[in-house]
Design a protein around this ligand. Structure first.
Ligand SMILES: Cc1cc2nc3c(=O)[nH]c(=O)nc-3n(C[C@H](O)[C@H](O)[C@H](O)COP(=O)(O)O)c2cc1C
Length: 209
């Protein structure tokens, strides 16, 4: 690993999760481009969503929607919209998740945020605000999703290199959703095909005022 962890403070002493958890979620986990052939069960995918949904979103709006791509037919349709460099791994990953955001998340406010249900009509009337809240919060949820996958023993390969309009036409035509990320998932096979890229030091990326 090229990240100079030793140069940082001994952060392990500061954690409330054990070192194995920190390694599985952050320190040792890598973005994956290949996986073992093991099939990923529906139960494992449900566990991934069960963890993902617990991460916080603004007003608890939870705009993330997930389409699990399993069938060969659906896989072919998805791959046709992936960027050239993303086609091969999307074809071979044991399962693929299309992450979309619900543009009409306000319709569920009485369930997700009963205290704010009276604001639904305000959001209904403001497309720009509604879309920006959906996009922002779904991206936050995508981060939870990647870590949830790792917590369930999966290696994730997130990708934004694809034709979003094409994927929407194929998979979201009858939904009020917009695709923003595709994530390949499978069991880690131990193959590291590239060096870990540098992570910014805390004195570069953080400041105390
Ligand atoms: C939002 C997002 C979009 C990404 N898009 C692509 C992509 O289209 N194609 C690709 O090969 N990798 C893509 N990546 C992978 C990143 O390059 C990779 O996660 C990053 O370099 C960290 O790698 P590491 O986890 O092995 O340290 C994407 C990652 C994220 C989080």
């Amino acid at each position: 690993m090229s990240v100079d962890v030793a140069a940082e403070i001994n952060f392990q002493d500061q954690l409330v999760v054990d070192q194995n958890a920190a390694a599985a979620l952050f320190m040792e986990a890598r973005t994956a481009n290949s996986w073992t052939a093991e099939e990923i069960s529906d139960e494992t995918l449900k566990a991934v969503y069960s963890l993902t949904r617990m991460g916080p979103t603004a007003m608890n709006i939870q705009p993330l929607r997930i389409t699990w791509v399993r069938s060969a037919e659906a896989r072919e349709r998805l791959v046709s919209h992936m960027a050239q460099g993303n086609k091969g791994k999307t074809l071979t990953a044991p399962v693929v998740a299309i992450l979309s955001y619900d543009t009409q998340w306000h319709e569920m406010l009485s369930t997700t945020a009963p205290h704010a249900a009276s604001k639904a009509s305000t959001f209904a009337d403001n497309d720009a605000l509604r879309h920006s809240m959906a996009e922002k919060n779904a991206h936050i949820q995508a981060g939870y999703f990647i870590l949830a996958a790792r917590a369930a023993g999966l290696a994730a390969g997130p990708m934004t290199g694809f034709d979003t309009a094409g994927v929407d036409a194929e998979f979201n035509a009858d939904k009020q959703c917009k695709a923003f990320m595709v994530v390949n998932l499978g069991r880690p096979n131990g193959v590291i095909d590239r060096e870990r890229l540098h992570r910014l030091d805390s004195d570069v990326a953080t400041a105390t005022v």
